[in-house]
Design a protein around this ligand. Structure first.
Ligand SMILES: [Zn+2]
Ligand SMILES: [Zn+2]
Length: 176
């Protein structure tokens, strides 16, 4: 009988059957992984971004980049690109159809009356300067991002506003 009990046990770390117990995700990896999954719903062909707004380890709202509800998405029609010039002379391109992921997460919270003051946000890419301004004003404390995006434009705003920007290293996760 003791033999049978041992064979039937599925507890990790019980020995022979399991080579290595699966590593438990940390909070940053967990929320960034959710953001990465959400980014797969994005419709702008220029890039797929996901965002998750979090407070006290709970997800309050989510968003991905795409056209407003009911309007044609870029993957069905086409991106419509416009150019703008920053005060420092650099030219950036954006898609006129698209709402960025972090703004869609804020819109979802507003639509359903969810307070996001003093929360954090996980975004698969760092926010553009336009989204950063809104993140500051809705009371986001810390922005966690995976990949840098137009990050050279937001230095001054970060410094003056005091909002925190932290890169979450997802490299190890992506190898698996
Ligand atoms: Zn587009
Ligand atoms: Zn943006």
């Amino acid at each position: 009988m003791p033999e049978e009990t041992k064979m039937g046990c599925c507890c990790p770390g019980d020995g022979d059957v399991h080579s290595e117990p699966e590593k438990r995700l940390g909070w940053h990896e967990y929320f960034m992984s959710v953001a990465q999954l959400i980014s797969r719903r994005a419709t702008c062909t220029r890039g797929h971004i996901g965002a998750v707004i979090v407070r006290d380890h709970s997800i309050l709202s989510t968003g991905y980049n795409g056209a407003p509800a009911g309007l044609p998405h870029c993957n069905d029609s086409n991106c419509r690109i416009y150019r703008s010039t920053h005060p420092d002379g650099t030219v950036e391109e954006n898609c006129v159809n698209t709402i960025h992921a972090e703004i869609n997460a804020i819109a979802q919270a507003a639509k359903h009356g969810v307070c996001i003051k003093d929360s954090d946000i996980y975004i698969t890419a760092s926010p553009c300067i336009h989204c950063l301004k809104v993140l500051i004003n809705v009371g986001i404390k810390t922005i966690y991002y995976d990949k840098p995006y137009k990050i050279e434009h937001i230095d001054e705003l970060l410094r003056l506003s005091g909002i925190r920007l932290v890169q979450v290293n997802m490299v190890d996760n992506q190898k698996e």
